[in-house]
Design a protein around this ligand. Structure first.
Ligand SMILES: NC(=O)C1=CN([C@@H]2O[C@H](COP(=O)(O)OP(=O)(O)OC[C@H]3O[C@@H](n4cnc5c(N)ncnc54)[C@H](O)[C@@H]3O)[C@@H](O)[C@H]2O)[C@@H](O)CC1
Ligand SMILES: Nc1ncnc2c1ncn2[C@@H]1O[C@H](COP(=O)(O)OP(=O)(O)O)[C@@H](O)[C@H]1O
Ligand SMILES: [K+]
Length: 504
């Protein structure tokens, strides 16, 4: 599924109007019908409704919704903000239609002075001030109105987008000038900002309303941003050959777990074994030997000469893919060994956790990284790599995208919607997974899965897409059994078989 920018969605509206063909005002009527249905499904006629409409087409939608609700005998009070005396054509038409309707309780067009009405906890506010046409953060009277609505305790339904929220980049936005909706009824498709954690406080629950915009345009228009769908993943899965043996199914090497962090190595290794690979070798310091042998009898264990940490690069010729990082610590010896390991490894490689922290604290080394690496940072790890500590989610997304192109790397930025930035500038969002996975060790599990898939023969792009989808899916399956509160990383590994099976 593609994610389009607000500029593209505007083109999609225009294309639909020209090619369906449908007049612009009839398309607005279609949107308003879907919005009204979504509202009447949830609230009865006894709910007092106050509608705030802006001067553009978002306001036009709101005025049409107000008329439809009034015709259904809802009690509706409407404020249209026309400060500059410029309404969009369809907003103007809907203003006239509303005024002509006998049912609207009260309609006021605000030109300058505005006395805000009483909004109580019983009031349902319909926010149609601004949608995808917002071109800068709200200020002045609109910012005050937004603060007033937010402070009111009323339930707020936003049309298309909470007013004040940009469809894409909110880095320099002012939080207090953005509507905090309880529900956002968004038209046709989710906007990019809806995938970012720091925008969720404004969006509330999101419902996407299909308004039948042109399928042809959607199919034929490219977008660098997509969301993984089940069928994409199913088509990636490689069939096992009946005559397969462990020597033909790939050999993964996992360099993980310093003294005191054996668990990271155990989790990554176990997850890797569950990913279809033939053999897994875990390279660990001597002190962790017994723990690994006892916890994961299926793994081959290779011991570092150092008792406590990763200190000598491995010969990786005999492996198909290598993972380095979970729990390796950040000692200077380990840092130097990491770089020497990266330089001498020609195999597919995934860097995670402390491998990323080491690079984050020595950012000059980033320039020496070979192309084709997979990096799996969580937001903090990415900020270290990037050298900044105040990234917005959009900012982090944009920088990860730029870094993936510059380093020719696959950067999997983890989060609720993890996103994969590829060397060609494309970005793939994942929607499997849940908050139960916010628990120590779940990232180690992901690393194990990805290296297992790469060793098994998947490319970096395939392994990361399939890996993040499967990891989240396993988390979702585990959560149906254990619930989110009690979920631990081991549960994700235990659910991997069911996750795989559900895709076969
Ligand atoms: N035919 C279409 O194009 C359709 C559009 N739809 C609706 O139209 C919306 C987009 O409409 P528009 O493109 O008219 O945009 P909006 O209605 O979101 O806003 C545009 C208006 O806001 C003003 N504005 C922008 N930023 C401002 C700021 N910071 N402070 C004060 N004023 C500001 C602009 O000058 C313009 O008057 C969508 O979100 C959706 O709700 C739907 O009706 C579906 C069909
Ligand atoms: N709220 C959430 N929703 C979906 N996935 C989540 C959520 N919280 C964490 N995850 C997933 O769990 C993993 C956590 O990784 P990470 O932070 O590296 O954990 P650790 O370092 O403890 O192993 C990531 O893959 C992330 O996408
Ligand atoms: K809105």
């Amino acid at each position: 599924m593609k994610i389009f920018t607000s500029k593209q969605i505007h083109e999609l509206d225009t294309f639909t109007i020209e090619h369906e063909p449908v007049s612009s005002i009839d398309l607005m009527e279609r949107a308003a019908t879907a919005l009204t249905l979504a509202i009447t499904k949830r609230w009865s006629q006894t709910t007092p409704i106050t509608v705030f409409a802006g001067p553009g087409n978002n306001g036009g939608d709101a005025l049409a919704v107000a008329r439809m609700l009034a015709e259904k005998r809802y009690s509706v009070t409407v404020y249209l903000f026309n400060i500059k005396n410029t309404l969009s054509k369809d907003c103007q038409t809907n203003k006239t239609r509303l005024q002509d309707s006998k049912h609207v309780k009260s309609f006021m067009e605000v030109r300058d002075e505005f006395d805000p009405p009483l909004l109580t906890e019983e009031t349902l506010v319909i926010d149609g001030l601004f949608g995808s046409g917002l071109n800068k953060p709200l200020g002045g009277g609109f910012a005050s109105l937004v603060s007033y609505i937010n402070a009111s305790g009323s339930t707020v339904v936003s049309i298309d987008l909470p007013s004040g929220l940009m469809a894409e980049d909110n880095t320099y936005n002012v939080n207090s000038s953005i509507i905090r909706a309880d529900i956002t009824l968004t038209l046709q498709m989710k906007k990019l900002c809806m995938y970012f954690a720091d925008c969720q406080q404004f969006l509330g629950d999101i419902e996407v309303l299909d308004i039948n915009l042109s399928e042809d345009w959607i199919k034929s228009t490219p977008s660098p941003f997509t969301v993984i769908e089940r069928n994409n993943v199913v088509s990636l899965i490689k069939k096992r050959n009946d005559f397969a043996h462990k020597g033909t199914m790939g050999h993964a090497l996992i360099i993980a777990g310093s003294y005191g962090m054996a668990g990271a190595a155990v989790l990554a290794t176990k997850a890797c074994l569950r990913s279809g690979v033939g053999k897994v070798t875990a390279h660990i310091p001597d002190r962790n030997y017994d723990i690994m042998q006892i916890s994961v009898p299926e793994a081959i264990v290779h011991i570092d000469k150092d008792e406590y940490c990763f200190s000598e690069p491995m010969d990786t010729e005999h492996y198909n893919a290598v993972a380095i990082g979970p729990g390796i610590g950040q000692r200077d010896t380990t840092a130097v060994t990491l770089m020497s390991q990266i330089r001498r490894t020609s195999r597919l490689m995934v860097l995670d956790a402390d491998a990323l922290n080491i690079l984050g604290y020595r950012r000059a080394w980033l320039q020496q990284l070979p192309p084709g690496l997979v990096l799996t940072p969580h937001p903090k790890e990415f900020d270290r790599l990037d050298g900044s500590d105040n990234n917005s989610d959009y900012g982090r997304f944009a920088k990860a995208r730029e870094m993936a192109q510059r380093l020719q790397a696959y950067i999997l930025l983890k989060g609720h919607y993890s996103l994969l930035c590829q060397p060609d500038g494309s970005v793939i969002f994942n929607t499997t997974g849940n908050s139960g996975m916010a628990t120590a060790g779940s990232g180690d599990v992901l690393t194990g899965i990805i290296v297992g898939l790469m060793a098994r023969g998947y490319s970096q792009a395939e392994a990361t897409v399939l890996g993040m989808y499967l990891h989240g899916l396993a988390g979702d399956i585990a959560a149906t059994d254990k619930g989110c509160e009690s979920l631990i990383a081991t549960d994700i590994i235990d659910a991997l078989p069911k996750a795989f099976l559900s895709l076969m």
